[in-house]
Ligand binder design. Structure first.
Ligand SMILES: *Cc1c(COP(=O)(O)O)cnc(C)c1O
Length: 382
């Protein structure tokens, strides 16, 4: 990162500007603001940051560093390698690994002082055996399932542990569970999971608890416990779908026009010939595609409109299927036709990650975590 005269730190990664069609700008200050906002909503609970999947596609290194600088001391990652990467950046932070202990790998976790989120009795047994054999005194989290049926001990297994196990109260420093439907506040499973987690915490009264992801935070104080674990909301996606997004947008995706071409009425555009020019049209052919993570399902056909691009500030529809490395934008209506080399905006303040996701029939998470490696990346602030 280098300091600019105006005081805004700018860092870059990926191919050089001018050598990439796609330019991805990540606003680290917005990520930090989102984290602070969520932390305030949950106070007195503490606020961690989930930086798995390369910081939801935004870059695990710059995101982790920016949040650590802002005062975040607890990070969650999905696997061991992500944990090791975060450890290099934040030597003193607490780092939990969601997917738990890989078979036979306990010593690796210990070497980097990573805390596995133990998700089954087998993992708990393996970790306990490792700690007893080596004298390793690091802590771990224990995941208890309350209804998503993904990872975690069943409640009855936790109850049996609570009766006889002495390792858990001494060496587990976080009791964790995960919502299945937190983005649907009215879903009955939310109340069930909150009640189940309350009961389980009652069995281990001395161990701090963590239940809420981004959307879970908005289910209210009963969901907060001691530590919240937001991911997607940090990166600007809406944690309260159907309601105003209270998060600041983080990602801007711009891409260069490879060529502008005219298509006569009646001809079709793109693979499968699924989009027909119903009048003479002018297209801007843009140099990114689904290989860059701009999801193919967001393309347009005669039956379904696709995503929208901003060209010179004006919204223009996509035309035809999205190719691997290219997509076409219908710029017919524009008073000022764009030229080769101009940039269009595909994600930005007016075109949110969630909007692109809805055009692709998916969720903001997938749009973010698909952001590809060919972009020139610009990091602001942090
Ligand atoms: C990914 C993940 C989170 C973060 O979820 P968001 O919905 O992105 O906030 C929290 N907890 C667990 C167990 C996760 O896997």
């Amino acid at each position: 990162m280098t300091a600019r005269p105006e005081g805004v730190a700018i860092g870059t990664s990926g191919p050089h500007h001018g050598q990439a069609y796609g330019i991805l700008t990540i606003d680290l200050d917005a990520i930090v603001d989102n984290w602070r906002d969520l932390r305030e909503r949950c106070s007195p609970a503490a606020c961690a940051a989930v930086v798995k999947a390369d910081g939801y596609g935004c870059g695990i290194d710059p995101v982790t560093s920016a949040l650590a600088k802002a005062g975040c001391t607890t990070f969650f990652v999905a696997d061991f390698n992500e944990g090791r990467r975060v450890r290099r950046l934040v030597p003193d932070a607490t780092i939990y690994v969601f997917n738990g202990l890989m078979p036979g790998a306990a010593d690796n976790y210990a070497k980097d002082n990573l805390q596995p989120v133990l998700g089954s009795l087998v993992e708990l047994g393996e970790w306990k055996a490792f700690c007893e054999a080596t004298g390793w005194s690091g802590h771990a989290a224990l995941h208890v399932d309350t209804g998503i049926n993904r990872l975690g001990l069943r409640p009855e297994q936790a109850a049996r542990l609570a009766e006889h196990d002495r390792f858990v109260p001494r060496r587990i420093d976080l009791l964790m569970s995960h919502f299945a439907c937190a983005d649907e506040p009215g879903h009955p499973l939310n109340a069930k999971q909150m009640a189940a987690f309350r009961d389980i915490r009652g069995m281990f009264p001395a161990i701090p608890g963590s239940l809420a992801n981004s959307s879970g935070i908005f289910l209210g104080p009963d969901a907060h416990h001691d530590l919240v674990r937001p991911g997607v909301a940090l990166y600007g996606a809406n944690p309260t779908p159907g309601h105003l997004n209270l998060m600041r947008p983080v990602v801007r995706l711009e891409a260069g026009i490879v060529q502008v071409r005219d298509v006569p009425q009646g001809e079709t555009v793109g693979y499968g010939a699924t989009w027909t020019a119903t009048r003479p049209v002018r297209l801007a052919v843009v140099g990114i595609g689904y290989a860059d993570g701009f999801l193919r399902a967001a393309g347009a056909s005669d039956q379904h409109p696709g995503a929208t691009a901003l060209v010179g500030g004006h919204p223009c529809p996509l035309a035809g299927r999205i190719s691997m490395d290219l997509l076409a934008v219908d710029v017919t209506g524009l008073a000022h036709a764009p030229s080769r080399g101009d940039r269009v905006t595909l994600i930005g303040e007016q075109i949110t990650v969630d909007t692109v996701a809805s055009h692709a029939g998916t969720i903001g998470y997938e749009v973010l975590t698909s952001l590809g490696p060919r972009y020139h990346r610009v990091y602001r602030g942090g």
